[in-house]
Design a protein around this ligand. Structure first.
Ligand SMILES: *Cc1c(COP(=O)(O)O)cnc(C)c1O
Length: 335
């Protein structure tokens, strides 16, 4: 797995820490719970998208792009990180935000990620929920091209085979850390959405013959579709890396029992997880992804899914800025 063959812009503060969570481990009575701090990747308050953007922006610059276009939900972390990296690299940026959640909540619509997007001075367009967002950004790309600019269009979540290389790289980084620390990792758990994080991790960990099983906790789609998306992208990533033999279907595992009513809609389990990790470890999770991911991990621990001596690493994918878009949920009458 030779990642230096691909264009890359180094952006991340890395390696990110791999830390033990003694208090959460004690609170839940085991397994041994660790956390990989990809909320601390640096640019624009960090998060997993910066990992993908190293390779996506590498490709954009290699192609001579002067403008990046991407999309996400209104409180998209991916959009915020992409916009910040574009600013850093001197590229113009246009984003298309989908009203994926029906709400008039001013915090959701204007605070959190949206506030930071606006500080970055990018062009923001909005679309109704249910819009074909990939088609929308391709249309924006065509419009920009017709005006003589050179756009580079990044899919939602930065999830294509190029972006997923960022997480194949994290597989290398994590394994090197584990080997250095003498830490046998039994399980890696994280929130999975647009699939690039899990696809890159699975491709990388399989290529390295690590024996580490990855479990994605879904935040949007039902299990079958989520696993299909991850597997398809893991195969594409493996092919891009020149790995022989493809990716076993059973290397891709997602649990989508913790989505609740839908993408970005809070659940009680998420609220409990956010508070529990804040109050035991002083670490903030986010309401849309890592909070639901941790809610899944906590529930599975309670159901006895892991041995007490197993080492389970939770990949913190960032997104805490989104908490400010959910002020009412955490502090309002319902809280
Ligand atoms: C995008 C995102 C994820 C999901 O990663 P995918 O690669 O889209 O599956 C998880 N956590 C946070 C905070 C994110 O912003």
């Amino acid at each position: 797995m030779h990642l230096a063959r691909f264009p890359r812009v180094k952006l991340c503060h890395a390696p990110t820490p791999l830390e033990f969570m003694p208090n959460l481990t004690k609170l839940l009575g085991g397994p041994q719970l660790w956390i990989k701090r990809d909320d601390c990747t640096g640019v624009a308050t960090g998060g997993n998208k910066n990992r993908k953007l190293e390779f996506l922006m590498g490709e954009a610059l290699a192609q001579g792009a002067d403008h990046v276009v991407t999309q996400g939900a209104v409180q998209s972390n991916h959009v915020r990180q992409t916009a910040a990296v574009a600013a850093k690299l001197g590229l113009k940026c246009t984003v298309v935000l989908e009203h994926r959640i029906q709400t008039n909540d001013p915090d959701y619509l204007e605070s959190g990620n949206v506030l930071l997007d606006k500080l970055l001075g990018i062009d923001i367009e909005y679309r109704d929920g249910g819009t074909d967002m990939q088609a929308a950004i391709e249309a924006v790309g065509e419009r920009l091209k017709s005006k003589g600019t050179r756009p580079y269009v990044i899919p939602g979540g930065g999830s294509n085979a190029t972006g997923a290389l960022g997480y194949a790289h994290v597989a290398l980084e994590l394994l090197a850390q584990a080997n250095e620390m003498g830490l046998r990792i039994d399980r890696l758990v994280h929130a999975t959405g647009s699939a690039g994080t899990q696809a890159g991790l699975v491709a990388g960990l399989e290529a390295l013959n690590s024996g580490i099983r990855v479990l994605g906790i879904g935040v949007r789609l039902p299990r079958e579709r989520q696993e299909e998306n991850v597997h398809k992208l893991a195969e594409a990533t493996a092919a891009k890396l020149g790995l022989k033999g493809g990716i076993r279907r059973d290397a891709v595992e997602a649990n989508c029992d913790y989505v609740g009513a839908g993408y970005g809609i809070p659940t009680e389990g998420m609220a409990e997880a956010v508070r529990m990790v804040a109050r035991s470890e002083g670490i903030f999770l986010d309401p849309v992804y890592s909070g639901k991911g941790m809610a899944g991990l906590i529930d599975l621990v309670r159901k006895g899914a892991f041995g007490k001596e197993e080492n389970v690493v939770f990949l913190h994918t960032g997104g805490q800025v989104g908490l400010f878009g959910y002020r009412d949920f955490f502090t309002g009458a319902a809280a």
